[in-house]
Every structure is written in C-alpha cells, then in structure tokens.
Design a protein around this ligand. Structure first.
Ligand code: PMV
Length: 318
C-alpha cells in the first residue's frame, strides 16, 4: 500500500501526563489515564510520492515552519522503521478542535502514526502503534486506544505505551472559556516545571500512587472514586505548574468559577468532577444521565460540548 487514510480523536486525561524523563524518546516521568473522545476527529491521508521533499497540508492550507518540521521528523521515524527513503504527502483535516479549545496534537499524531505506518507498508500491533504515536506527542500514545487508556510510563522505548483499561461509562462536558492560544506550550511548561519547581519530586511520586488508585477505581467502575481522583490530580498538576519559576498559570478566573459550580452541583446531588489541561478550559465528567444538567450549568461560563468514549485510531476509506 502506498497510500492510507486514518482517523483518530483527541483524548482527555483523568490522570495527567506532565513531565518527560526523556525528551527525545518522549518517555514520561509517570503514567497517565484518559478517555478517547467520540468527536472532533483528525483525518489524515499519507501518500508516498516521488517528490524530493515531504509536504503537509492542514485544513486545506500548505504548512511550513515548525508545523511541517514536526511532521517531517515523524515521517523520518517511520522511514527508519520501514527502511524506505521515499517522501510523502500528508493531508490532514481537523474537525473543529480549535473551536472547542482542545489540543489537536493527540488526534493528529495518532492518525498520522496509523496512516504513515500503513502507507510505508508496516503492520504495527496496538502497543507498537501507541509507541510510535508517542514520539509525535506524548498524549497521542493514548489516542490510538478505544474508549479508556492507561499509558504505562515504562523505562525505555519498548515499555512506554498505552493500552485499554475498563472504566465506568461517562460523558465529558468540555467547557471552552477561552479560545485563545495558550501562552506556554505544554512542552516548555513541562520542562520549566521540572527544572524549577521545588515540589517536582512530590508531583512525580504522588502521580504514580494516584494512578494506581485511579486505575483500580476505573476497573471497579467506581465513578465517585475515579471522579474525586480526577479533580484532585488536576489541582495538583496546576499547583505544581504554578510553583515553577517564573510561575505559569493556565487557569483563568472563569476556570475557578466553573470548578465552584461543579462543587455546587455535587452538593445538589449531581455527581460531577472537573479537570483542565494546559489552558483555561474545563472538562467535567459525569454519568451519562447527568451530562445534560452539567452542560446546562456550565453554559453560564462559555460554550460546551458533550462527548462520550470513542474509537481509537482506525483506517478509513480515503
Ligand atoms: O502530549 P502533549 O505534549 O500535548 O501534553 C499533554 C499535557 C496535558 O494535556 C496537560 C495532560 C495530558 O495528560 O493530556
């Protein structure tokens, strides 16, 4: 096959990934746990060409600069694995992640990993595909997996990959409080936090402990326990990020107001918990029957989108 098309969705972590032990191999300091979404896909076609350079277009626009460089470096990894010098044309479309304020790197590199590996004739199993996607963006390792994924930190390239984990059915209510581009990229933010926070070691060791508890809660379908750990871990991540020097603050006043609203909903008997990535947007989790009430309450702070557990990266007709 010299052309393949793949689709993948973003994922949102319940137990976060924040920090690398190896930047080149994208090995994380600790494991993480996420839900793959059923909306906002990236669809990517990779076609081998006889051109002497790779080309990449996103939503119909030819890319240059750092966007293109990341894709070329990723294709180089695939070419190394396949033993092929051939260049490729990469055509990607992202369905609305910008509007939802969700990072598209996870869906982007998961789709690219599958489409490129197929186009270059590789037949990777799921762990190998997850390891390859990880090299593009750490969180992409989780978007190759259906529904819920646990990314084992591992100690080397071979042992750091995501696999499926059983978890209670839930919905995520994505609240966009700001569509602005984040001020500090997750890559730079992770590096600065690791280099300057006096709380770094506590963050790493407590994440491994919390991940084990969250994985147990997920497998036991204990939504309450999993939700409590999700919100706690988000607070710890933003606390350690704020403790970097110079301090980084991704959460905005509206983000805190939204967390307060979730607490009020809990007091009213609607069980919902929040998390937030490297930006001001909040993602609430709820049981399916409670999702509409949570979305209605959060719409006070911005636009909301309700999503459920979705498919991992898969091939589609081009
Ligand atoms: O994979 P990256 O570089 O986009 O990092 C993702 C970092 C967080 O979204 C903040 C947490 C996570 O686990 O997804």
């Amino acid at each position: 096959m010299t052309e393949a098309t793949a689709r993948a969705y973003p994922n949102i972590a319940l137990v976060k990934y924040w920090g690398k032990r190896d930047e080149a191999l994208m090995l994380p300091v600790a494991g993480s746990l996420s839900m793959t979404l059923d909306d906002l896909p990236t669809t990517t076609t990779v076609s081998l060409t006889d051109s002497n350079a790779d080309a990449f277009s996103l939503n119909g626009e030819a890319q240059s600069g750092s966007g293109l460089t990341k894709v070329v470096r990723f294709l180089d990894l695939v070419r190394d694995m396949a033993g092929s010098p051939t260049k490729a044309q990469v055509v990607s479309t992202n369905e609305g992640p910008t509007a939802a304020g969700l990072a598209s790197s996870a869906s982007g590199f998961a789709a690219l990993a599958l489409a490129a590996s197929k186009a270059y004739g590789l037949d990777l199993d799921l762990p190998a595909l997850s390891r390859l996607a990880r090299r593009g963006s750490g969180s992409a390792s989780r978007s190759v997996i259906d529904r819920f994924a646990i990314w084992h930190a591992g100690t080397d390239d071979a042992s750091s990959f995501a696999e499926q984990i059983d978890a209670p059915d839930m919905r995520m209510i994505v609240l966009t409080v700001s569509g602005q581009k984040k001020e500090v990229s997750s890559r730079d933010g992770m590096r600065r936090t690791a280099e300057t926070s006096p709380f770094w070691e506590g963050w790493v060791s407590s994440t491994e402990t919390l991940l084990a508890e969250a994985a147990d809660a997920a497998r036991a379908h204990d939504f309450t326990k999993l939700g409590e750990l999700t919100e706690l871990h988000a607070m710890r991540m933003h606390a350690v990020i704020m403790s970097a020097a110079p301090s980084i603050r991704y959460l905005a006043p509206a983000s805190f107001a939204a967390f307060d609203a979730l607490k009020e909903l809990r007091q009213q008997g609607i069980e919902t918990y929040g998390t937030a990535d490297a930006g001001p947007n909040i993602v609430a989790i709820a049981r399916p029957d409670d999702a509409a009430a949570v979305a209605e309450r959060l719409s006070e702070f911005g636009s909301t989108l309700t999503v459920g557990p979705g498919r991992g990266a898969h091939l589609v007709e081009g």
